[in-house]
Design a protein around this ligand. Structure first.
Ligand code: MN3
Length: 197
């Protein structure tokens, strides 16, 4: 059975004015859809057609990997934002950010710096890596899953993510993401259970 484009977890205009309905309409309705459609075409009649999306990501390279990973990345990114987002995490996630980065502010400044400094298209991530939280950035479709890390939160820094709302101003997009959109509840859900270490 072919992969389906996952629906957005909120209405197209739910993130406005911080992320416009037009951005979501094109980013989800055109870009994300195109990754799903292309992936389905590439795997039709191959052994990959019977695999889960994660299994495809782990076992392929090239065009199949790129489209599968971008399908995964975008579904993850929509959930990394919510209407009336922003603010600060609480509970276990807040404690672990403070423990692993020194403070919440330091974690956000490292995350923002990664998003700003990713040259060209890619992603910035909050991940859990061997029991510790860390910030990473990846180029194009690359993602933490391919590197044995657990993704907690993602920021899409491809130009198509911000060009309609912010033109070339990636710093303003990043600031808006952390100030108004970020979904810390989603990041907390992705936190691996604390293991004794
Ligand atoms: Mn994108």
């Amino acid at each position: 059975m072919p992969f389906l484009l996952p629906e957005l977890p909120y209405a197209l205009d739910a993130l406005a004015p911080h992320m416009s309905a037009e951005t979501l309409e094109i980013h989800h309705g055109k870009h994300h859809r195109s990754y799903v459609d292309t992936l389905n075409k590439l795997i039709e009649g191959t052994p990959e057609a019977a695999k889960s999306l994660e299994a495809i990501i782990l076992s392929t390279e090239g065009a199949i990997f790129n489209n599968a990973a971008q399908m995964w990345n975008h579904a993850f990114f929509w959930n990394s934002m919510k209407p009336n987002g922003g603010g600060r995490p609480s509970g276990d996630l807040a404690e672990r950010l403070e423990h692993d980065f020194g403070s919440f502010t330091k974690a956000i400044s490292e995350f923002s710096a990664a998003a700003l400094s990713q040259f060209g298209s890619g992603w910035a991530w909050l991940v859990a890596d061997k029991g510790k939280l860390a910030i990473t950035k990846t180029g194009n479709a690359d993602l933490p899953l391919k590197h044995g890390q657990t993704a907690l939160l993602a920021v899409d820094v491809w130009e198509h993510a911000y060009y309609i709302d912010h033109r070339n101003l990636r710093p303003r997009y990043i600031e808006t993401f952390f100030g108004k959109l970020v979904n810390w509840d989603f990041a907390a859900q992705n936190l691996p259970r604390r293991t004794p270490y």
